[in-house]
Design a protein around this ligand. Structure first.
Ligand code: HEC
Ligand code: HEC
Length: 145
């Protein structure tokens, strides 16, 4: 009886630890990442993309979604290390190119498809403008509205 209880508790605990809570992302503590990657848009929390995605993005900053976002090599290494270290887990997906956009991820599309009004979308301009709708986005909070 006691053993079953312990086992049940253990399973519940492991289950909870494995669940990803997308309503909160760890706040970025690295100054370089905050300044260099927060210049044109909010610095996206690394947990939103897997490590391989960050590597690809960091390898081609000159051609960054139609912009030149290049930084010097030393900074690039430091930024990549931070992003990779705090990257999210790879999600089950079909083979092929790792995702380069958070806004194209399946959970993102699902979450933003129905619940976001057309007016809010228009006001934000682009779905990558997280802070337009989530006031606490740059601090990692996404459940404020
Ligand atoms: C010179 C401006 C500029 C800088 C600096 C910049 N970006 Fe971007 N980034 C963009 C633009 C423009 C887009 C596309 C936005 C859109 O489509 O709405 C973008 C999009 C992204 C996206 C995809 C967002 C989505 O749609 O999900 C990621 C991830 C990203 N940037 C990461 C970074 C990282 C990491 C850095 C720092 C090394 C960085 N950016 C620095 C201009 C910049
Ligand atoms: C045009 C407005 C808008 C933009 C832009 C937007 N969101 Fe959202 N987002 C919403 C709404 C509305 C919801 C659903 C209601 C809620 O749970 O807050 C939502 C839900 C979420 C959730 C789930 C929150 C939860 O409680 O489960 C996450 C995570 C999230 N957004 C992240 C992002 C990120 C990251 C970006 C930028 C790359 C972004 N959003 C851009 C409006 C927006």
């Amino acid at each position: 009886m006691k053993r079953t209880l312990i086992l049940t508790a253990l399973i519940a605990f492991v289950g909870a630890a494995v669940t990803v809570d997308e309503s909160q992302a760890r706040r970025i503590k690295n100054k370089l990442v905050k300044s260099e990657c927060g210049e044109c848009h909010m610095a996206f929390q690394p947990s939103f993309l897997p490590a391989e995605s960050w590597r690809i993005i960091m390898d081609d900053l000159e051609n960054h979604f139609g912009d030149d976002a290049s930084v010097d090599e030393k900074d690039a290494v430091a930024i990549t290390n931070y992003l990779v270290k705090h990257a999210g887990r790879k999600r089950r997906r079909k083979k092929g190119q790792p995702p380069l956009r958070i806004t194209k991820l399946r959970w993102f599309v699902r979450e933003h498809n129905h619940e976001v009004s057309r007016r809010a979308k228009r006001r934000a301009g682009t779905m990558s403008n997280c802070t337009a709708c989530h006031r606490g986005a740059d601090k990692g909070y996404y459940d404020d509205d």
